[in-house]
Design a protein around this ligand. Sequence first.
Ligand code: CP
Length: 345
Amino acid sequence: MNPNREIDMAGALEVSAPANAGSGNGAGVNQFRPDGSLRHLLTLEGFTADQIHALLDRAQGFVRTLGRRPPARHSLQGVTVANLFTEPSTRTRVSFELAAKRLGADVVNLEVQLSSRVKGESMLDTVFTLESLHVDVLVIREAEVGVLDMVASNVAPHVSVLSAGEAHVSHPTQGLLDALTVRQYKKRFDNLSIAIVGDIQHSRVARSAYHVFRALGVPDLRIVAPPAFMPKPDEFAGCSRHAALRTGLKDVDVIMMLRIQKERMTHAALPDADRYFAKYGLTPERLAVAKPDAIVMHPQPMNRGIEIASDVADGPQSVIRTQVRNGVAVRMAVLEAVMEQVTVE
Ligand code: CP
């Protein structure tokens, strides 16, 4: 820990932890400090609508139209953020880096393929090394389920762990930026029909979207997928399930398209791209069954001509680039929230 900073825990022991403190990812990591402030962000499962709106409100304050200078703050001055990505990323990695820099933090990006992990160093030894180098926030993308919980369970009390995507189970900042985008366009959640379409089975984006939209009270949440990409029946409780785009998209307000997660399936399980597009690709004709003012979302990376036609991806109903812009604002909000308890002397 930076020697001129310390955790402000005044009164913390008198306050009980919130009921939703568990991560839900298995190990039951407490994501909140005893005073109710956010310490780690590993999953949105268990968050209340108020907790989500508080983060979205904070993020909205960081949103700027393109062409204006992005916000620059000093609230993370003296804080060091390390990005540790063991899977590829464009948007999440760049936006976490920009978010931390725009708040005044020092940022290190660990290239895992160039680090001592390839010599057999364990994840925890890497993490303890970063701790010794005064890293306060670890932003981790990881392909293996449970590693983030294990790291969060072992870091020093002043260190926060933020998920940048965990296997197929969770991508919480993506869920928040998706919710922020929907809130900007639709204003409220309690009257919405939202369809999540594509490879739901292998998608962490779908699971975080499910958690956030359920918490925000979306009454009609649909998952639309071929049988091979449908999640098991004990997941996505309360969602209606659709094998056909026509019924799945009928009169919806929001369509979230997902790519096929090739990296999480065997070659034999991969569908033929042309046949998939013919049945599940979002074209202008298929989009027309949704409400006329429906918005089209995609977390990216996009596979044009497989799950979405370019006419739709670049069309007037697409908010895909707005999602990317919101990603920096959401990550600024989360970084500021987890470091709020740390005082600079
Ligand atoms: N949406 C998303 O997580 O994109 P990246 O994989 O590029 O970070």
